[in-house]
Design a protein around this ligand. Structure first.
Ligand SMILES: *[C@@H]1O[C@H](CO)[C@@H](O)[C@H](O)[C@H]1NC(C)=O
Ligand SMILES: *[C@@H]1O[C@H](CO)[C@@H](O)[C@H](O)[C@H]1NC(C)=O
Length: 502
């Protein structure tokens, strides 16, 4: 009996060793490790023709203002869904009580982040809540007002409508009125945070970039970055399932001090009021480590910033200067030529998009993946037009293509419809009976594929939260490919020599 027992044991262990060996050898098994190291070639895709294709029925629509077309811009998506919300139920996280008056306005400008499968909510949302009037504090004769961000969980219905499934609470970001805002006249006493843009960091944390007051005394407004929203919205830590590249709250080393509330600063050229910076991460898929985002600083002319240094309160950024042969920085403004450059600004973060259909036959790589983001064309007092542009996942993140203007069903471009975020949606997100498509690489929940639906969240009239659902193929159609400048090779080597001497 003892002998038989031993031999069964040894057969079992031999089998185990064999299985381990098999696992090591099979490329399928190694693909499951994270961060991903590829032994499989990325799926071949003709990026430029995939971007420039005209989706069925789109040929009749105008492309941009002043292009001579007499037809309208394309209208896309499901009818705008106005998300119900009761402002009276917001919890002030500083006091633990309901947000006390006097307040001003209602909740709008919603940004969302899709959570990994198995989480208690489908999405976490951050929106601009009602401002808090501070009549006790007068600055230069103007009453003071604090702009407030609030956070909550959301689910999506099978028709693609978002609804809030948790109590809402404020995000505590301490600030006050300051000297640097004196030039802004009636806004001198307005402080706080606005315009939340949520995204997954490559380190796998829920990151938030927002417009905020600056810590510097002599400037007024800048951008803030919260590397892990769980620091500021505790219920998210419990709701979040790890997986898909998203990590546990304790997995990220915490830097003691104020580093869960950072300010983004351009080393050269920071203005008194900075707005609309949007975050992104280089490469075709998450590297599993990068916490601090790159920034798309402007679409027209296109300019990207890279983080170069960090201290307790700030991430410091340098401009990424494209080499002359990749300098397509005028492409967006040339395509939408009727708009002054400063009236075109970015709306959503830049997301990775792999240009094949989600599934085991689509392997992402720099050859088939682009970054894309939505931009606004802005005209006072209420117009926010929309288009999409794509950027290179590799530095210098040059513009690859620019898309046509479009409108969204049920929303008028002259009604202040302000886009904050987008999220990829597959059938299994809408129907729990459907299995999610299997991927051979782990991808963050924000990684888009060509056959995904696209959820867009917006603010409406500075009063309401809205979502629209469309598809990647519809929103991405008819892109104009940016012409690469034809450059004399000696200029390029001069440029490289100049960079080397910096
Ligand atoms: C929200 O969706 C999750 C699944 O994503 C589900 O487990 C949960 O019960 C839903 N919550 C509500 C309140 O509908
Ligand atoms: C993307 O960037 C890489 C590296 O700079 C460059 O070799 C490639 O040509 C660029 N692709 C496009 C479409 O511009």
């Amino acid at each position: 009996m003892l002998y038989r027992g031993l031999s069964i044991l040894s057969i079992t262990s031999l089998l185990t060793i064999y299985l381990i060996f098999l696992r090591e050898e099979s490329p399928g098994a190694s693909l499951l490790s994270y961060p991903f190291s590829s032994r499989t070639r990325p799926t071949p895709v003709d990026i430029l023709s995939t971007l420039s294709i005209t989706p069925p029925g789109h040929q009749q629509y105008a492309w941009t203002e002043g292009d001579g077309s007499t037809s309208e811009f394309l209208t896309l998506g499901t009818p705008a869904h106005f998300i119900p919300f009761d402002d009276n139920q917001i919890i002030d996280v500083v006091t633990g009580q309901k947000l006390q008056g006097p307040t001003d306005g209602s909740t709008f400008n919603l940004g969302v982040l899709k959570l990994p499968r198995g989480s208690k909510w489908g999405f976490v949302g951050v929106a601009r809540g009602p401002g808090r009037k501070r009549d006790l504090v007068m600055v230069n004769g103007y009453p003071s007002k604090e702009q407030v961000l609030i956070a909550f969980g959301l689910n999506i219905t099978s028709e693609g409508k978002l609804h809030i499934v948790t109590p809402a609470q404020t995000i505590d970001i301490p600030m006050g009125p300051k000297q640097g805002c004196v030039p802004t006249k009636q806004f001198v006493g307005t402080y706080g945070a606005e315009d939340p843009r949520l995204f997954w960091t490559d380190a796998g944390t829920p990151g938030l970039v927002m417009a905020r007051y600056t810590d510097a005394l002599d400037t007024c407004r800048s951008l803030g970055f919260i590397p892990d929203l769980r620091d500021k919205f505790a219920p998210l830590a419990d709701a979040l399932a790890v997986g898909e590249g998203v990590v546990d709250y304790n997995a990220i080393p915490k830097v003691p001090g104020a580093s869960n509330n950072l300010e983004l600063i351009r080393l050269q050229g920071q203005a008194n009021v900075e707005k609309n910076w949007v975050g992104f991460y280089p490469g075709a898929f998450a590297d599993g480590v990068s916490l601090h985002p790159h920034v798309q600083y402007s679409f027209a002319p296109s300019l990207t910033l890279a983080p170069v240094d960090i201290n307790a309160r700030r991430i410091l950024y340098n401009d990424i200067v494209p080499s002359p042969d990749l300098d397509t920085s005028e492409c967006v403004s040339n395509a939408h030529f009727s708009w002054e450059k400063r009236k075109i600004h970015q709306a959503s973060p830049l997301y990775r998009l792999t240009l094949c259909d989600r599934g085991p036959n689509c392997i992402a790589g720099v050859e088939n993946t682009v970054l894309f983001g939505m931009a606004h064309t802005q005209k006072a007092p209420r117009h926010y037009g929309k288009f999409i542009a794509t950027f290179n996942v590799s530095a210098p993140h040059n513009v690859i293509s620019v898309g046509p203007r479009f409108q969204m069903t049920g929303l008028n471009d002259d009604q202040v419809n302000y886009v904050l975020t987008m999220a990829p949606i597959q059938e299994s997100d809408l129907d729990p009976m459907v299995e999610p498509k299997q991927l051979l690489q782990p991808h963050l929940p924000s990684h888009f594929f060509l056959d995904d639906k696209m959820l867009i969240t917006l603010g409406h009239e500075d009063k309401k939260m809205v979502n629209v659902m469309t598809t990647v193929r519809e929103a991405l159609g008819r892109q104009k490919i940016c012409q690469r400048p034809i450059i004399d090779a000696s200029l390029t080597s001069e440029f490289e020599a100049a960079l080397g001497h910096q």
